[in-house]
Design a binder for this molecule. Structure first.
Ligand code: B12
Ligand code: SF4
Length: 533
């Protein structure tokens, strides 16, 4: 290496979450690397040169494309969620270790933050950064560039000559002082074009959608749901970017880059009411016209109603909130520490409906240790009542997949689940319920079938909505043949009878429907796993 070469480049890498062969998306739909552009912004502003690797190619071709740049590389940052992203990260790191052994490899993201001690033991990991990367990573990079010791940087673990050093955990500095994600460092047009493939609704609130984007304005959540590892990654706190800066960036993304639909993927966007009020007011004042949706906790829906904030939220472009209702059984709500009553969920639905927004209610099933058939029936009853409030409400179902760093994960292990104990083997951990659940001791195919049949077939057929998914009215509009219309009408009546009598045995309608799918070459349904709050 030329002695005068300045090592100023940081390579940021994130693999793809699904193994191609198991992909529920069936093709590589590019996922915008939010974690990488969030880290990149602060580093770039401090004068470093950033190379983001955004999953478009195989690890092999990515590695080769970097061929001439290695002399300038100061360190490599790898971001990974549990599962395949780890495998791809390790594969990439192995190649670097083989040929450029002195380049430090820093890992961050949800998995290594939840299991830092186990992760740092992996040969392909030199340093682990826990939680918010924007803050610790910059200081880390500065020390590496000056060849200084890493002592005194909180929230990291690293390998030293004396062994593994574990720095204390502390609250992060104010995120308001950090630079906003560097969207300009990636090929936004490429993501915009692909984003349209995922939309099933081309017009929202009268706005023809030209691009959909995940946007993040805050991190962390003070709640303690027992299936979610937010607390083990960010603590029970919440950190947010400055409001006006985020609104200016959103305006640029909408007006210049044509992303006029956004999902705020904050862990819990609405948790700080003052922040949301300021944010929505700033959006309205900016005049930006776009459609957005976000996750919301049941208690926040009620709180916002008490403070009269719903009209403002709607005016700022919100058209849908996703609610983690999870269950209609109080026992289960208590077990998952949702800290709400079943009646609160119904009240939530009334409020959202009264303000003319759409809610997507997520139900979580197949939990270890506690779940009984009677709980499922209670959830079915709740789901039905929610759809009766507004047939356009969406019902989303998730089947529980255990993730480390949560208390329900400990219950899953207690219930006999055998789990990996190295970072490498976590890379093989299957995050897709349909593939993984055969190894779950609490698996109940009978319960799964009931849930799937009722929530995705009988309820939508009995109480059809019209808005976002292909439910009955929409299908009927499209149907030309009167014979098909008759079939749907019969199915609708039968589904209503089933709901009225809670009778779901011998679901011959589904058998006929599946036969129809089979004849048409439509693949069978694959249940998914728990994703977000
Ligand atoms: C958008 C999203 C998706 C998208 C895209 C995922 C992707 N791979 O990009 C889709 C819809 C595809 C998806 C799918 C799934 N998801 Co998801 N998803 C999210 C969501 C809502 C936002 C992620 C995001 O982009 N955040 C914004 C970025 C900026 O934050 P970040 O990644 O945390 O990065 C920060 C820090 O972690 C850290 N950091 C991250 N990487 C690095 C690297 C270095 C070097 C450093 C220093 C720091 C660092 O610094 C960053 C900036 O502060 C999160 C919940 C959340 N609010 O974060 C869940 C979440 C990530 N998903 C989750 C799950 C379970 C899933 C699924 C498994 C669900 C399923 N069963 O099908 C699948 C498969 C995901 C997988 N295992 O790879 C879990 C992950 C748990 C885990 N241990 O991995 C989360 C955390 C939800 C939850 N609360 O449980 N998801
Ligand atoms: S599931 Fe949602 S509300 Fe519950 S702790 Fe996680 S982020 Fe917070």
């Amino acid at each position: 290496m030329n002695k005068r070469t300045i090592k100023n480049t940081i390579i940021l890498f994130k693999g793809y979450p699904y193994k191609d062969s198991e992909s529920v998306m069936r093709q590589r739909v590019p996922l915008i690397p939010l974690s990488l552009i969030s880290l990149a912004a602060t580093l770039r502003d401090a004068g470093y040169s950033i190379r983001i690797i955004d999953q478009r190619d195989s690890v092999e071709s990515i590695y080769l494309s970097l061929n001439r740049q290695w002399d300038k590389v100061l360190c490599v940052g790898i971001s990974a969620l549990t599962g395949n992203e780890i495998s791809e990260g390790i594969e990439f790191a192995k190649r670097i270790k083989r040929n450029h052994a002195t380049i430090p490899i820093v890992w961050g993201g949800w998995h290594v933050s939840a299991l830092p001690d186990e992760s740092i033991r992996c040969d392909e990991v030199d340093i682990v950064v826990r939680g918010l990367g924007q803050c610790s990573f910059l200081e880390l990079v500065r020390r590496i560039s000056r060849n200084e010791p890493l002592t005194g940087i909180d929230n990291i673990l690293y390998k030293s000559e004396k062994g593994i050093v574990k720095a204390p955990i502390s609250a992060y500095p104010l995120l308001e002082r950090c630079s906003l994600p560097a969207f300009d460092l990636i090929d936004l047009e490429y993501y915009r074009e692909h984003s349209l493939k995922l939309r099933y609704k081309p017009v929202i609130n009268g706005i023809p959608i030209t691009g959909h984007l995940y946007y993040v304005s805050s991190f962390g959540c003070p709640h303690e749901c027992s299936y979610c590892c937010s607390n083990s990654v960010f603590g029970k706190r919440m950190y947010s970017y400055g409001t006006q800066g985020a609104v200016n960036q959103i305006r640029w993304l909408v007006e210049e880059k044509k992303f006029n639909s956004m999902s705020f993927v904050d862990a819990n966007f609405f948790v700080n009411m003052q922040r949301v009020e300021d944010f929505c007011k700033a959006l309205v004042a900016s005049g930006v016209r776009f459609a957005w949706d976000a996750q919301m906790h049941i208690r926040d829906v009620i709180r916002y109603e008490q403070h009269g904030l719903w009209d403002l939220i709607k005016k700022s472009g919100c058209y849908r909130v996703s609610i983690g209702s999870e269950s209609g059984a109080q026992d289960i709500l208590d077990y998952i520490r949702k800290r709400v009553q079943v009646d609160d969920i119904l009240r939530t639905a009334e409020i959202i409906n009264a303000h003319g927004l759409i809610a997507a209610f997520n139900f979580l099933f197949c939990l270890p240790k506690v779940e009984k058939l009677s709980h499922v029936y209670e959830s079915i009853d709740l789901a039905r009542r929610l759809k009766e409030i507004n047939p356009d409400f969406l019902l989303a179902i998730s089947f529980y997949v255990p993730f480390p760093g949560t208390s329900m994960y400990d219950d899953a292990v207690g219930a006999g689940l055998s789990v990996p104990n190295t970072l490498q083997s976590w890379g093989e951990f299957n995050t897709n319920y349909a593939h993984a659940s055969n190894s779950y001791p609490w698996k109940s195919p009978k319960m799964e079938r009931l849930i799937y049949n009722v929530l995705t077939f009988f309820i939508p057929l009995a109480i059809p909505g019209n808005m976002y998914r292909g439910t009955l009215r929409l299908v009927r509009e499209k149907m030309k043949s009167s014979k098909m219309r008759l079939f749907f009408w019969i199915g609708h009546r039968l589904a209503k009878m089933r709901l009225n009598h809670s009778c779901y045995r011998f679901p011959f309608e589904i058998w006929i429907f599946n036969y129809y799918r089979f004849v048409r070459g439509i693949p069978p349904y694959v249940p998914g796993g728990k994703g977000v709050a």
